[in-house]
Write a protein that binds this ligand. Structure first.
Ligand code: SAM
Length: 281
């Protein structure tokens, strides 16, 4: 049952129509109207599920004008759903302004869980998932793109990007020129669709795969770049204490090697940590 006077954020499939949730269908059937990023695009989805509701366009170019109208309807006790062309609205998609305004006006905003390319890709990537940064689309301008990418050399968690087929090869080449060549990354393509594919390895490996045939560069992509270095927080207080004791008797590199082996860490990360702490000369 949809609650009167509420704005519903409703994720839709990113390829496979079976990924719509039962609750999403219920809400779309019950609300007074559905705000769409592109009404023509969403009509296909709504028709597929036999949903016949008034729709209106809400995208980056008309959002401020639509906010007033939506808030007025919520005040009148109507409930409204917001969908985007695919996936979760607001995630690299329109809707932020509307949700922000609804919260300010103290209207209830109810988000449904559902498809999102970033989370789908991350969960199957094999890269660390305990911490991650979602960066959306990279800047189009080359210098700004290089800047964002070079910062990944200092990032201690997985970074997730959306990428277009027109730019994916160029992005991988910038990554190759800016990042440590050993960093592990995963390119996820056409998630939930017939030609879903994951390529993982170094930047060079992914470039080789993209260049193998032009078909490889077509479709929708999520690019995930693994952590560049071991996080300082992963060097536990116990490991730090053992290093301090050992380095009284042993050269720092040897001490780092023993600590790394004992606690399952990378020797370089322990040694690097000790340098940063001023524990070694
Ligand atoms: N709101 C959407 C979501 O929740 O994932 C993302 C919208 S954003 C405008 C579109 C981008 O998401 C695409 O350019 C691509 O990078 C990524 N994407 C969307 N669907 C995808 C899919 N099926 N496979 C891979 N990437 C996808």
């Amino acid at each position: 049952m949809s609650k009167l006077g509420s704005l519903y954020i409703v994720p839709t499939p990113i390829g496979n129509l079976q990924d719509i949730t039962l609750r999403a269908l219920d809400v779309l059937r019950e609300v007074s109207a559905i705000g769409c990023e592109d009404t023509r695009h969403s009509r296909v989805l709504l028709q597929h599920f036999n949903i016949d509701k008034p729709t209106f366009a809400l995208h980056d170019h008309n959002e401020s004008a639509q906010i007033t109208k939506v808030i007025q309807r919520l005040e009148n006790g109507e409930s409204i759903a917001l969908i985007s062309d695919a996936g979760t609205p607001l995630i690299s998609d329109p809707g932020y302004g509307l949700v922000h305004a609804c919260r300010l006006a103290q209207h209830s905003v109810i988000a449904l869980p559902g498809p999102c390319a970033a989370i789908t890709a991350l969960s199957a990537s094999g890269l660390p998932t305990d911490q991650f940064i979602f960066r959306g689309f990279l800047p189009v301008k080359q210098q700004a793109k290089q800047q964002v990418i070079s910062e990944l050399n200092q990032t201690y968690c997985t970074s997730i990007f959306y990428e277009s087929p027109r730019r994916v090869l160029n992005t991988m080449k910038v990554i190759k020129s800016e990042l440590n060549p050993e960093i592990l990354m995963v390119l996820a393509k056409e998630l939930t669709k017939t030609f879903e594919h994951y390529v993982s390895g170094t930047s060079q490996h992914i470039i080789d795969w993209l260049e193998a045939t032009p078909v490889h560069q077509k479709g929708e992509f999520v690019l995930m770049v693994g952590p560049a270095a071991q996080s300082k927080s992963e060097i536990s207080p116990e490991a730090q204490s053992l290093f301090t004791q050992l380095q009284t008797y042993l050269p720092p590199k040897k001490a780092a090697g023993i600590v790394a082996e004992h606690y399952g860490l990378k020797k370089n990360a322990v040694y690097q940590w000790s340098l940063e702490q001023g524990q070694t000369d």
